[in-house]
Write a protein that binds this ligand. Structure first.
Ligand code: SF4
Ligand code: SF4
Length: 364
């Protein structure tokens, strides 16, 4: 009783703090030059029930893979604009569904004047030689993450719709990676594991083959590990019916939204078909599209001179949101102290206010 009252008071105080910051225009936008996302493919090998991949409208945002020339062109434009890192995780998809991914990574390895690239993968459509090549040879890989769905063969198939063979392939690739880590201790800090499974799951108390491998990564190599059973609704594309047999918490309640979402500044993406979208994370249909790199330069698209972008920012600041954002439970207000993506986790530097951010976007 006392704990629940305490929680309510804290929540009210946080809400008040949030409104005050919105009223006095105290913003906190993660440095927009930290990274930009380039989606090399929008294809996935899985159909996770909690994900928008197979629920997105393939007429509005079709399955495609980026041509190498377009990729090179976008990378060059991004680095010229001053972005320091390139994120390669598709909005929905897996980068290893791109048959030319190694060619693209080699190209990124040759580029100068930036920090490097990062991505998340489900670690299934990749083979041993690719794992070895990327981990041992890449000069510019900063970090990568492995998404694990479920915690054994049965829950894996239930969560992501993958086959038993896909599960075996995941186990085989993880075992291969373990061996690679044993032989090459210098690669151990480069990756993390994010597991999405049932409520109340405890890795330490589970003895499946998959759990035993993850425990080895955690214990021997101190791999950063997170387990999550709390899911968001992908801007309304995922609902309770989709996940009813998963034993998870799906956040479907409308959340209070004051001011613009930090993703539209700090988590921009260029889709596999060249569409530039203001949200890399939860707009699976690319409805916040700002332009197309085939028709315009990136500097003119991600710019205040682009009326579409200017209008999006102005409307969000007045709490007027597009459908996807209105329903979205992943929203990260610029008036709250949060980070919009895993790559920015624990980064204490380079937060800007809205005016500073708009000045950068105006100068382009
Ligand atoms: S969560 Fe990732 S792996 Fe699963 S369907 Fe979506 S994009 Fe594919
Ligand atoms: S509110 Fe949701 S869909 Fe809209 S920009 Fe933010 S994260 Fe993306």
């Amino acid at each position: 009783m006392i704990i629940s009252l305490k929680k309510k008071i804290i929540s009210k105080l946080k809400d008040l703090n949030y409104k005050i910051k919105y009223f006095f225009k105290i913003q906190r936008i993660p440095d927009i030059f930290d990274h930009i996302n380039i989606e090399t493919t929008s294809l996935c090998n899985l159909k996770c029930k909690f994900c928008a991949y197979d629920k997105r409208d393939f007429d509005i945002y079709p399955k495609s893979t980026m041509k190498i020339d377009m990729f090179n062109n976008i990378v060059n434009q991004s680095l010229n604009l001053g972005y320091r890192k390139i994120g390669l995780t598709p909005s929905t998809g897996d980068i290893f569904m791109d048959k030319n991914i190694l060619e693209k990574l080699s190209l990124l390895d040759e580029k100068q004047n930036y920090e490097g690239y990062f991505f998340y993968t489900n670690f299934i459509p990749i083979n041993h030689s690719q794992i070895e090549k990327i981990l041992l040879k890449s000069k510019k890989l900063i970090k990568f993450g492995i998404s694990i769905y479920g915690h054994d063969n049965v829950t894996f198939q239930k969560f992501c719709g993958g086959s038993e063979n896909a599960y075996k392939r995941l186990i085989d690739n993880l075992n291969f990676l373990l061996k690679l880590c044993e032989k090459n201790p210098n690669i151990k800090y480069k990756f993390e594991i994010g597991q999405r499974t049932e409520k109340n799951f405890l890795l330490e108390e589970n003895d499946s083959q998959l759990s035993s491998i993850i425990k080895q990564f955690k214990n021997k190599y101190k791999v950063f590990y997170t387990a999550n059973s709390f899911y968001d609704n992908w801007g309304g594309l995922v609902n309770e019916r989709d996940v009813r047999d998963l034993n998870i918490d799906l956040h479907t309640n409308e959340i209070k939204k004051y001011g613009s979402c930090s993703l539209i500044y700090s988590r921009m993406t260029i889709g596999a078909n060249g569409l530039v979208n203001a949200c890399a994370c939860r707009d699976a249909n690319f409805t916040l599209r700002l332009g197309k790199v085939e028709n315009e330069k990136l500097k003119d698209i991600i710019s205040l001179k682009n009326e579409k972008y200017k209008d999006l920012i102005e409307r969000q600041e007045k709490n007027d949101f597009d459908d996807v954002c209105r329903s979205c439970s992943f929203y990260k207000s610029i008036y709250k102290n949060n980070y919009p993506t895993w790559i920015l986790r624990n980064q204490k530097k380079n937060y800007l206010n809205l005016n500073e951010t708009l000045k950068i976007l105006q100068k382009r």
